[in-house]
Design a protein around this ligand. Structure first.
Ligand SMILES: Cc1cc2nc3c(=O)[nH]c(=O)nc-3n(C[C@H](O)[C@H](O)[C@H](O)COP(=O)(O)OP(=O)(O)OC[C@H]3O[C@@H](n4cnc5c(N)ncnc54)[C@H](O)[C@@H]3O)c2cc1C
Length: 282
């Protein structure tokens, strides 16, 4: 059992991890990548205090090195669900479950909107987790929507299990090539069905499926944590970065504008101190 689970490797997550280490807490730090792509992608950053005119790639390297120099390890995995279980939280990561007394969400904002019906059919035909739910679709027909090349090994795993797999890559140069697989280069507009998912709809066609997997590096906050209060896609937080769920804190872009590195790092710091205060009171 961990004291704190931190999710996200942008400035908010790095700042939370550094401070959790300094405050000597038992913590685990998850992220879908070693450093947030949003940091690495910036051409030139002029507003990060102490690091004038730094390139995004350099800032990413500096953040990663800072954490490593303090002996902090990142677990490069996507968290697909967070559930309150008594006075702790269970985090679903692939087919593994991790337990923590508090959680700090530093998950940024998603640039990709969920497909219509995605959240409605989650658990009723739509899944975010190949290793947890893949076996449910052994010998069946599935669609696999994949946003990034780095998830191709999960796509292949699913294709091997399925009788027929429609792979929908939302990136260039998909290299999946398996006999039972059809690649669809088109944008899915809707997941449709009744009690269970039945179809994936595109502009000019529909495919019938038993299930669909959505493999992305991030999950929307309300889907990640059932009952989490959000407004306009942002997590509602108080000044101390606490959310409406006791023990869950949030920091960075996911709590709202301005979307800036310094604001994210500052909130990561606040969130970890609030989490520690929460643990001490307990
Ligand atoms: C091109 C570009 C240029 C920019 N330039 C500037 C600038 O000059 N100055 C400035 O102040 N800001 C700039 N920004 C904004 C800045 O990038 C963001 O404000 C900042 O990265 C937010 O940090 P964050 O930690 O909140 O989230 P992010 O950096 O978005 O990090 C979120 C992290 O969470 C991970 N994650 C999300 N969900 C999950 C999950 N379920 N499981 C595991 N991991 C998950 C993601 O993979 C990612 O690593 C720029 C942004 C872009 C895109």
């Amino acid at each position: 059992m961990y004291d704190i689970a931190i999710i996200g490797s942008g400035p908010a997550g790095v700042s939370a991890a550094l401070n959790a280490k300094i405050l000597q807490k038992r913590f685990i730090w998850f992220s879908s990548g070693a450093v947030s792509e949003k940091v690495a992608r910036a051409e030139l950053i002029k507003n990060y205090p102490g690091l004038p005119d730094i390139k995004g790639g350099e800032l990413a390297w500096t953040l990663k090195n800072h954490a490593e120099s303090m002996g902090i390890e990142i677990t490069e995995r996507v968290v697909t669900g967070i559930y309150e279980t008594g006075d702790k939280f269970s985090l679903t990561v692939g087919s593994d479950i991790f337990e923590s007394k508090t959680v700090i969400l530093c998950i940024g904002v998603q640039s990709v909107k969920p497909v219509r019906g995605e959240e409605q059919f989650l658990g009723r035909g739509v899944s975010y987790c190949a290793t947890c739910d893949g076996f449910l679709y052994k010998g069946k027909t599935i669609a696999v929507l994949c946003t990034d090349k780095r998830f191709e090994h999960e796509v292949e795993y699913l294709c091997k299990l399925a009788h027929k797999a429609y792979v929908i890559p939302l990136y260039k140069y998909c290299q999946i090539n398996m006999p039972n697989t059809e690649i669809i280069v088109d944008t899915p507009l809707e997941f449709a069905g009744d009690l269970k998912l039945k179809e994936v709809c595109f502009k000019n066609k529909k495919i019938e499926v038993d299930g669909a997997f959505v493999l992305r590096g991030a999950v929307s906050p309300a889907t990640l944590v059932h009952g989490l209060q959000t407004e306009g896609g942002h997590i509602v937080v108080k000044r101390d970065c606490s959310t409406n769920i006791n023990g869950i804190f949030a920091a960075g872009d996911c709590t709202g504008r301005p979307y800036q590195y310094a604001k994210a790092a500052g909130e990561g710091n606040i969130a970890v101190h609030s989490a520690v205060e929460f643990l001490d009171k307990k």
